[in-house]
Ligand binder design. Sequence first.
Ligand code: PMP
Ligand code: GLN
Length: 381
Amino acid sequence: LESKLPSVGTTIFTVMSTLAAEKGAVNLGQGFPDFECDPLLVHAVTDAMTRGLNQYPPMTGVPVLREAVAAKIARLHGHSYNPHTEITITAGATQAIITAILAVVHPGDEVIVLEPCYDSYVPNIELAGGTVVRVPLTPGTFRPDFDKISQAITSRTRAILINSPHNPSATVWSQADMLKLQEILAPTDVLLISDEVYEHMVFDAAKGQVHQSAARFPGLAARAFIVSSFGKTYHVTGWKVGTVAAPAALSAEFRKVHQFNVFTVNTPVQYGLAAYMADDRPYVDLPAFYQRKRDLFRAGLANTRFKLLPSEGSYFQCVDISDVSDLNEAEFCQWLTTEIGVAAIPLSAFYGDGFDQRVVRFCFAKKDETLHAALERLAKL
Ligand code: PMP
Ligand code: GLN
C-alpha cells in the first residue's frame, strides 16, 4: 500500500506520553491538565444525559450552544456571527482545522504555515492535496516575519494558518501584528484559518496583553475560519468539543464536509457546555489561574541552567537547553524522561525538517504538586 502520509509517524504527544508512563516520569510533555474540571460542568453534562438528551443533535451543533458562542464572541470582540449560519460545533479544534482545510483547499493550492506549527496542520494540507508553503517564524523570538509572509503569497495561495497564543512557543500576536496581516491579505483572496484554542490564556494583562482574535479585524473576519476548543478553556481536553466561526458562505462549505466526516458532536456535552457558559467567570479567571502556575514554574526553573524563553500565553513554557546538554532536542527529551523523570516535547517536532533550535517545551497545566515534583527533579540539571 502506498502511504498517503509517508513521512508521518505517531504524533510526538503520544510518543512522549507513552514513554513518560513507561518510565514513571512526571509528564510535562503532552498539553493537558492533570487536575479535574469544575464539578458544576460535570453536573451540567450528566444533567443533560439524565434529562434524556442523548440522541443526535442538529448536524451543526445544538442551537443553545451556538447561540452562547456567538454571544460570547460579540461581547469579547465586537463581531456578530449568526449562530445559525456562522457557528458550527466540532469534535475539538483538530476536526475543525482539518474540516476547514478539506473544505477549501483544492489539489495544487498553496497553503502557508508558519513554522514551528502544531503538528496536524501539515498532514491536513497534504491530505487535501495542497502544497505546504513553510514560512519560518523569526528564530529565537518566534515573531511573525511579515516580509517573508508577504513574499510567500502567490496567485495559487488558498489559505494561511495562524495560531495565537502559539503552541509551542507561547508567544502572543499583538494588535499591530494582526493589522499587518490584515493589510497584507487585503489585496488578495487568501483565506485565513486562525487557531485560537488558547484564546483565554493570555498573561500579563497589566502590560496590555489581550487576545487579538481575528474576529476583531473586519478584513480578517470576512475571510476567516476562527477555531477554538472547549477542552483548553474548561480543562476537559478529553471531551473533544470545539467551535468554528466563519462567514456564512465559508461556514456552508465547512458544513458540507463536516456532515460527512463527523456529522455532529455528542449531545449531552453540548447542552452541558451551553448551560455552563451562562457564567463568564471560568474563562475570565483563567489567565490569572495559569499565570500563577507559569510564575511558580518559572521561579523553580530559575535555579537550573535552562534559559527561559518568554511565556506570554498558552500553557507552555519553552527553555533553551544549550547550557544543560549537548544532545539534540529529541534525544534530550528522551534522556530527560528516562534518566531525570520529567517528560518534555522537543520543538523539532513542530518543524517539517526536524530543525533543532536547542529548545524544548514544558506544559504547566498541572497541579502545583506535580510542578513541584518536576522542579525537584529538574533542580539536578
Ligand atoms: N491547535 C493547537 C495549537 C493545539 O495546541 C491543540 C491541542 N493540543 C489543538 C489545536 C487541538 O485541540 P483539540 O484537542 O480541541 O482538538
Ligand atoms: N495540543 C496538545 C499539545 O500540544 C496535544 C494534543 C494531542 O495530543 N494531539 O501538547
